[in-house]
Design a protein around this ligand. Structure first.
Ligand code: HEC
Ligand code: HEC
Ligand code: HEC
Ligand code: HEC
Length: 258
């Protein structure tokens, strides 16, 4: 009797284990491959103006913001084609572009790994949405802001510049005080990101990296404000501290800016 019940318990445990395992596998292989499988829980429908970022979406419609000729003017098959519903990482593609879906603009191509939205997920993580990291634990270190996503600068869209600059922000498609995309997820947008500044160590902006920039770093010395990132002025190494390493970074870029 005792033997039977412990055997029953074993079977029950085994069954629960299998069910949990199956549930887990189907979750991780099906969920989140499309916008409507989870993104919409925070971002609302793609045909809505809902934005957890606080952005004012033109026409109150994210789909329209992406396709309208006065905005991104994205060709339908950058996101659609073949499958009927939009996938995050695949689409029909066009004569000019591969069918990589949303990551054509919200991701980049990484050597040895292929296309990935590592920077988008880093942006989520750094702004408090930590849930992406659980399923995407193998993300590469995001490429710097100035590297163009695959679809940028092609005939299939108006988007060209990941380093959109003040004061015009010509490619700031949403309305208001937002600055396009934070492609590398470090909290700094487009032209405000150090990666977009040709001569980051030129803190004084006089087109030469010299002793004045060392004095500038000394004036900014210490820990960056909390929360960090976004990184602070003078923190060239992006480690949330203005210290001796930033002086070495200046020495490494010594001389006139090109
Ligand atoms: C748990 C809520 C949540 C989910 C789920 C979510 N997001 Fe977000 N997302 C946010 C928040 C919050 C922000 C804005 C953070 C900020 O910039 O202040 C954001 C920002 C963004 C941005 C703007 C990035 C930038 O550079 O400014 C894009 C694009 C985006 N999300 C796409 C997606 C996609 C695609 C998915 C599904 C794979 C998704 N999000 C799922 C909460 C979420
Ligand atoms: C930026 C990516 C993107 C582009 C570009 C795009 N779509 Fe969509 N489209 C989506 C997403 C996301 C949905 C939401 C449902 C889904 O996942 O299919 C959608 C849904 C639709 C739907 C279904 C509407 C509904 O209510 O069910 C139609 C029709 C559609 N798109 C047509 C187009 C046409 C036509 C173009 C080109 C002019 C286009 N789309 C370009 C991403 C895009
Ligand atoms: C042609 C390039 C391109 C493609 C393809 C593209 N996006 Fe975007 N998307 C952008 C840009 C650029 C922005 C930022 C616009 C701005 O705020 O100026 C954006 C903004 C967004 C936002 C709004 C974030 C917010 O709240 O402000 C969401 C959500 C989003 N994209 C999801 C998607 C999804 C899902 C797909 C695929 C179905 C997709 N995008 C495909 C370029 C693209
Ligand atoms: C429940 C697990 C799960 C969660 C949580 C999740 N994803 Fe995914 N995601 C997947 C799966 C599965 C795929 C498809 C397989 C793949 O390409 O890795 C995928 C693919 C993607 C892709 C296209 C492929 C790539 O490498 O970029 C994007 C973009 C994406 N997810 C963004 C996000 C973002 C942003 C979040 C957090 C808001 C998130 N995901 C959270 C499971 C998840």
């Amino acid at each position: 009797m005792q033997y039977l019940s412990s055997n029953g318990l074993l079977k029950l445990t085994f069954t629960i284990f299998i069910l949990v395992a199956l549930g887990f596998i189907s979750n991780s292989s099906i969920a989140w491959q499309r916008y409507d499988q989870g993104c919409n829980s925070c971002h609302g429908g793609f045909f809505s103006g809902v934005s957890p970022k606080g952005t004012t979406i033109p026409f109150n419609n994210k789909h329209e913001m992406h396709i309208n000729a006065n905005y991104m003017d994205a060709a339908c098959n950058l996101c659609h084609g073949g499958q009927g519903v939009s996938y995050l990482a695949s689409s029909g593609g066009t004569n000019t572009n591969p069918g990589i879906g949303c990551i054509g603009c919200h991701g980049r191509s990484y050597d040895g790994i292929g296309y990935s939205a590592a920077g988008l997920r880093r942006h989520h993580f750094n702004t408090g949405t930590t849930s992406c990291a659980g399923c995407h634990s193998n993300d590469p270190e995001p490429l710097p802001e100035n590297i163009k996503p695959t679809y940028y600068g092609t005939v299939d869209t108006n988007i060209d510049d990941p380093c959109n600059l003040e004061p015009d922000f010509l490619e700031n498609w949403s309305i208001g005080d937002t600055l396009g995309l934070d492609n590398d997820g470090d909290g700094l947008y487009d032209g405000e990101d150090g990666d977009c500044i040709i001569c980051p160590a030129d803190l004084t902006g006089d087109d030469v990296v010299n002793i004045d920039d060392i004095f500038a770093v000394l004036g900014l010395w210490g820990n960056c404000p909390d929360p960090c990132p976004p990184y602070c002025d003078g923190d060239l190494t992006e480690d949330c501290m203005v210290n001796i390493d930033d002086i070495f970074a200046i020495l490494g870029q010594w001389g006139p800016c090109e």
